[in-house]
Write a protein that binds this ligand. Structure first.
Ligand code: NAD
Length: 355
């Protein structure tokens, strides 16, 4: 297969973990006979410093020509002021909006080798392998709001249309079909009218997916079950704010922020793939970055944008093999013990892929 992938390394450890992803994608291309064309473009602080904009037009135009975008991370401490007129993170919001990416997918998986790094007991972490599908462009974060200095009343509204729920529900059901066939829809239908529409709509969409076992949980109960029986979940579908909160809660199960990938999808197969972590300026340039979140994001790109399931699974298995062989970047190495650099970890993964 021939595919055109836009690379956005961004700032901080971004270029380091992107280099790792390209090495692994090259190994996949060689092993399976694919041809990946990379088009490297600017986003974030480096884009501001080069062009004045955190998301230059050239980056958008390149994305429009591509099958998918692989992003690393943006942000530098010198742009930390949230009220500054131009900030690297504006590039992220703008690129998601430009491509109409309404579904955010965050898988969370635990590895036996890393059980000691999560705050839960090992017996609860065993077998955790879930995918959270968060609605990204509607709901409480986008509904009408009133806020003015001096007012003694403000409000935000949770507003969904049937169409908005349907399209993200289809993404979640299709993902469940590629996984273990189970979908948990999160709502607060006992209290909120918008969440009753959510539940009704998800139940209607379910009629197209007779092979999927659907259940519903209230968000407050789900927050508890994520800690008491995390291994029971396969795909979780949630409203924008509920999904935001639950995916951060679930991320602690993995043991390090550096482990977690994500995908943002719209209609069609185009998608934007990025690790969950930021640009980690505290460790940038030291070879200490854990590339796993970036590598698993590249695997998601192969799965969801290019339909290359075997190749995606090969990256995931190679990462697991590298961990099982004892390769550890600094963030997941026991205190005081030796760890490998980003490049060394990458070479272990590439080696596992060649086996
Ligand atoms: P961060 O995720 O960059 O770092 C938090 C902590 O986790 C740091 O101690 C860092 O060293 C560690 N860490 C993160 N990724 C790691 C990896 N791959 N390997 C090893 N350790 C890792 O979050 P922050 O410190 O709050 O933010 C730093 C900058 O990143 C800020 O400018 C922020 O705005 C930006 N940011 C960007 C994104 C994004 O690009 N999607 C997301 C979050 C934060």
């Amino acid at each position: 297969m021939k595919a055109n992938i836009v690379l956005l390394p961004g700032d901080g450890i971004g270029p380091e973990v992107m280099k790792s992803a390209v090495a692994v994608l090259d190994a996949i291309a060689a092993k399976f006979g694919h041809n990946f064309d990379y088009d490297e473009q600017l986003i974030g602080a480096i884009a501001i410093e080069t062009t004045g904009s955190p998301l230059p037009d050239a980056t958008l135009r390149a994305g429009e020509q591509a099958d998918a975008i692989l992003l690393a991370a943006v942000g530098l401490p010198k742009y930390a002021d949230p009220t500054a007129p131009v900030r690297p993170e504006q590039g992220l919001l703008k690129i998601r909006a430009h491509f109409g990416l309404f579904a955010n997918l965050r898988p969370v998986k635990t590895y036996p080798a890393l059980y000691g790094y999560a705050p839960l007991r090992a017996e609860l972490l065993e077998g955790v392998d879930m995918l959270i599908v968060r609605e990204l462009t509607g709901g409480l974060y986008f509904g009408a709001r009133k806020e003015q200095d001096g007012d003694d009343n403000s409000f935000d509204t949770m507003n969904y249309t049937v169409g908005e729920v349907e399209r993200v529900a289809h993404v979640a059901f299709r993902a469940a079909q590629q996984r273990r066939g189970k979908l948990t829809s999160i709502d607060k239908a006992n209290v909120l009218a918008s969440m009753r529409l959510w539940r009704r709509t998800v139940m209607k969409v379910a009629e197209d997916y007779g092979d999927i076992a659907l259940n519903h949980e209230y968000v407050d109960a789900a927050a508890m079950y994520l800690m008491t029986r995390p291994a029971s979940y396969d795909v979780i579908l949630a409203e924008n704010m509920f999904g935001d909160i639950l995916s951060d809660e679930a991320s602690v199960l993995a043991g390090s922020l550096g482990m977690l990938p994500s995908a943002s999808l719209g209609t069609g197969t185009f998608g934007l793939y990025e690790p969950v972590h930021g640009s980690a300026p505290d460790i940038a340039g030291q070879g200490k970055a854990n590339p796993i979140g970036q590598l698993l994001s590249a695997a998601m790109l192969l799965r969801y944008s290019l339909g290359l399931e075997t190749e995606a699974a090969a990256i995931e298995a190679a990462v697991e093999d590298a961990l099982a062989d004892g390769a550890r970047t600094a963030d997941i190495a026991p205190k005081g013990s030796a760890f490998v650099s980003t490049d060394e970890f990458t070479q272990t993964v590439v080696g596992a892929l060649k086996e």
